[in-house]
Structure formats: structure tokens, C-alpha cells
Design a protein around this ligand. Structure first.
Ligand SMILES: CC(C)(COP(=O)(O)OP(=O)(O)OC[C@H]1O[C@@H](n2cnc3c(N)ncnc32)[C@H](O)[C@@H]1OP(=O)(O)O)[C@@H](O)C(=O)NCCC(=O)NCCS
Length: 440
């Protein structure tokens, strides 16, 4: 194929990605090293392209090498403990100047509109604000980290408002406490927490190497969070990957993808076009960390009974779920759906038909380590689809501790006297569950 045909082929192929990415929230970490690299202007152009394709972008920037140079110049001591900078008040003054000036320079780069540049006609609005609330890291091993902080809260609603306004949002590695103090944070942590709070579709982390390598130096193009954790554990202090900051970005990707972020991408800032290749081609460019590939919501089978029993045992013990024997579960397994992650059952739920029009949702349980990441929602939607497939038009649920979760998902309170007769007859007055119903 000649160049033109290849180009046309690629452009056609990328349309499915363009549609998939439109209106999605991407959080992009621009480390200080990324900004300092000669390729940064191309990265700015590629980010501009994403914006013009309708992607909602939150850029988080760091400033580590720039801060080091400035502190060195000011003959201020660089103090670290366990790889974290100790920020004293004098250092913070310098850090504020460096970070503030970098934020302004980044804004300026996105404001360029020269007719002969790829930015022509881009007209990008960049918003900044006090989106990050921080608290002090405190004292560790007797070392007072002073004004080094950690993220306490991300104002996701305020960021979303800017994105809805078609602005790009720029967040730095500085956070503010309710007492009015400024804290120096790790940009990796800020990017991770912003991505989690925004339930971002993607977290893109730029680094000085092409993703993550195995021990033989081969690129690992896709990893589950669990596999990524193993790789992280095998990176030693004298490993080149450790010097390249892979441990920090990998840990960020593991945390984000274990929570609410679907896909985390580690890519090389020195590689021209890496962002476009990663997002618009099947094979990508760097390393993708995602649970989506490895996590499966499916119909339960008899082999899952052991895993389900293990999952629900603590909830039965706490009185949240009604006890089910192995025999009962085996006989009812066809009503169950499970979420399997790398061979482990991490969630389950059942839908039992009650009469011609209604079914009961029961035994919905997400493993403690995996709660509050949208899986409950995902399972509930699957059960509702299943109920419709069974020809049912209503689902009911009886619950003691999860009433509001169901109310927020369209269920309405139902008097016990209006439960289907079969259910009324079995109602346990001692348990005193509340009933809810949803019309599908
Ligand atoms: C309740 C449960 C199924 C929710 O699933 P999940 O995957 O953790 O939740 P999701 O990610 O879909 O939703 C998270 C939201 O639900 C809220 N939530 C979690 N448990 C809740 C509860 N018991 N009551 C009200 N809201 C709850 C969270 O605060 C979060 O709110 P936010 O989106 O405003 O931050 C899960 O937490 C669970 O298994 N709990 C223990 C078993 C249980 O109670 N089962 C129900 C028996 S009827």
C-alpha cells in the first residue's frame, strides 16, 4: 500500500475510536519531565486534536525537575524521606513560583493560534481553580513532612462544570487546605485522585519510557491491575524502570483501574505521536492497564457455588443477607449472575421470577475490596435486562441496609401488603426488611 492509501485506511479505521472517545473524560498526567522535553509542543498539538474531537480533558501537571533546579539555585536543601520531598515554608515559596509560572506557560501553549501551526482555529479555553483540597502528610518515622501534602478531596462537580462548558481543565500539583494553607503534592497522586473522582474513562500517564517492560526488556502491552501489581513488586531500586519513575506511574494506574477508571495508559513523552497511536490504533503504543479485559460479568454455573458461598458468608454473618445453604444455592444457581476477575468471584446477584409480571432481585453482593466502583450498578442493569428477557415488567427487592442504594436507582417503596402473594406468605416479620419495586 502506498502512503496515501495507508493514510486513508488509517483515517477510516480511526473513526470508530473517534466516536468511542467523544464526550468521554480523559485525565492526562504531564510530569515535569514531559513538559521539559522537546516533544512537548507535539503533545500539546495532539491534546488539542483530542479536544477538537470532543474529548473532555483534565490535564494534571507536575514540576519535579523544575522545582529541583529552582531549589538548587536558591541554595535550599533538597530533603527527601522514603522518596518523598519534605517541603519547608522557604521551599514552598520557591515551589509556588515555579508551579505558578509553569501553569501559565502551559496555558500560553494552548492559547497559540498561528495560522501556519496545527493549533490554527483551535480556540481552546483552559480553566484553572482550587479544585483540590489537601491535608498535611504529617510525620512519618519521626520526619515531619511539613508542607508536603496528600489529596483530601477533589471537587469533581466543579471540574465537570468546566468540562460541560467546553473548557479544558488544568490542575497543578498544589492543593489547598480549608485553613488556607498551600500544600505541595505528588502530581501522580493528584492525577489518580482526579481520575477516580471524575470516574474518568481514561487516565493517561506520560513517562520517559514506552510503557512497562518485563524482566527481559519486552513491552507489556496489556496488564490487569493484579498482574501490574506483580510487575511493580519485581521492580527493584537499581532497575532502570525505577529510575524512569515507572513505579510511581504504575502504582497510580493500578489504584485508578482498581477503582472507577476503565483504562490507564502509560506512554512515552519522547515518542512523537505516542498519544495518538495509543488512542486510535488497535495495538496502541505503550502499556494499557485495565480490568475490563480481565473482568467478566456472566451467568453463574455450578462451579461458581464455592466462590459465591465464600463471597456472601461475611454478609450472612453480619445479617445483611439471608443465609443460603450450599444445596439451596446449587438448586438456584441458574438465577445467579457473577462477576469473575482472574478466576475469582468478586460479585454476585440473582433474579428469581415471582409471578407472570414480577421478579425478585436478591443476594446482590460485591466483595469488600471491589465496592463503590460501579460494579453493583453494572450487575443491577444486567439483572434488569435479564428480567425483561424473561418477559417481566417489574422487579422487587427486600432489603434491611441498602434501601437508599435502590431508591437512587429508580426503586420505589412498596407496602408489604402489595408484595406478590408468594412473597407475602414467606415474609419474615422478625427480619423486618423494607420492600421496593421498580417498573422496567
Ligand atoms: C450495596 C452494594 C451492592 C453496592 O454495590 P457497589 O458496587 O459497591 O456500588 P456502586 O459502585 O454501584 O455504587 C456506589 C454508590 O452507592 C453508595 N452505596 C454503597 N452502599 C450503600 C448502601 N448500603 N446504602 C446506600 N448507598 C450505598 C455509595 O456511597 C456510592 O455512592 P456515590 O456514587 O454517590 O459515591 C455493595 O456495596 C454491597 O455488596 N454491599 C454489601 C451487600 C449488600 O448490602 N447487598 C444488598 C442486599 S439487598
Amino acid at each position: 500500500m502506498d502512503n496515501l492509501s495507508q493514510y486513508i485506511e488509517w483515517f477510516r479505521h480511526s473513526s470508530s475510536y473517534i466516536n468511542a472517545h467523544r464526550k468521554k473524560v480523559f485525565v492526562v498526567l504531564l510530569t515535569g519531565e514531559t513538559i521539559a522535553h522537546e516533544n512537548f509542543s507535539s503533545i500539546v498539538h495532539d491534546i488539542t486534536l483530542l479536544h477538537s474531537l470532543g474529548v473532555k480533558l483534565v490535564l494534571v501537571h507536575g514540576a519535579r525537575p523544575q522545582i529541583n533546579t529552582a531549589l538548587d539555585g536558591a541554595t535550599l536543601e533538597l530533603r527527601y524521606h522514603k522518596g518523598l520531598r519534605v517541603t519547608d515554608p522557604d521551599s514552598l515559596q520557591v515551589i509556588k513560583q515555579v508551579v505558578g509560572s509553569m501553569s501559565i506557560d502551559i496555558e500560553a501553549q494552548f492559547s497559540m493560534g498561528l495560522a501556519n501551526s496545527p493549533m490554527h482555529g483551535a480556540d481552546i479555553k483552559v480553566s484553572r481553580g482550587n479544585f483540590i483540597t489537601a491535608r498535611p502528610l504529617g510525620i512519618i518515622d519521626g520526619v515531619d513532612f511539613s508542607l508536603t501534602g496528600v489529596v483530601r478531596k477533589v471537587n469533581a462537580a466543579a471540574i465537570q462544570q468546566q468540562l460541560d462548558n467546553n473548557s479544558m481543565v488544568l490542575v497543578s500539583n498544589l492543593g489547598y487546605s480549608p485553613t488556607g494553607e498551600v500544600f505541595n503534592l505528588s502530581a501522580e497522586e493528584v492525577a489518580t485522585e482526579v481520575a477516580i473522582a471524575m470516574k474518568a474513562d481514561k487516565l493517561v500517564l506520560f513517562g520517559p519510557q514506552r510503557g512497562v517492560m518485563d524482566a527481559a526488556g519486552n513491552l507489556l502491552s496489556t496488564l490487569s491491575p493484579t498482574a501490574a501489581e506483580q510487575v511493580l513488586g519485581n521492580i527493584s531500586d537499581d532497575d532502570e524502570q525505577a529510575r524512569n519513575g515507572v513505579r510511581e506511574t504504575l502504582a497510580a494506574a493500578i489504584k485508578a483501574s482498581s477503582k472507577t477508571v476503565h483504562r490507564c495508559h502509560l506512554i512515552n513523552f519522547a515518542d512523537n505521536g505516542a498519544l495518538i497511536e495509543e488512542l486510535f490504533t488497535r495495538n496502541g503504543n505503550g502499556t494499557l492497564i485495565s480490568r475490563d479485559h480481565f473482568e467478566l460479568l456472566r451467568q453463574a454455573t455450578i462451579e461458581d457455588v464455592g466462590g459465591i458461598l465464600e463471597l456472601i458468608a461475611p454478609l450472612e454473618a453480619a445479617g445483611i443477607l439471608v443465609h443460603r445453604s450450599r444445596e439451596l444455592l446449587e438448586s438456584e444457581i441458574d438465577y445467579f449472575k457473577v462477576i469473575e476477575l482472574e478466576g475469582m468471584i468478586i460479585a454476585c446477584a440473582a433474579i428469581y421470577p415471582l409471578d407472570e409480571e414480577s421478579g425478585e432481585i436478591a443476594c446482590i453482593a460485591i466483595h469488600r475490596d471491589y465496592q463503590e466502583s460501579g460494579r453493583g450498578d453494572h450487575l443491577l442493569r444486567a439483572l434488569e435486562r435479564e428480567a425483561r428477557r424473561m418477559g417481566l415488567s417489574k422487579v422487587i427487592v427486600l432489603t434491611t441496609q441498602t434501601a437508599h442504594w435502590f431508591l437512587e436507582r429508580g426503586f420505589e417503596p412498596l407496602p408489604i401488603s402489595e408484595l406478590p402473594i408468594k412473597k407475602q406468605e414467606m415474609y419474615n416479620y422478625q427480619r423486618n426488611s423494607r420492600a421496593f419495586r421498580k417498573t422496567l
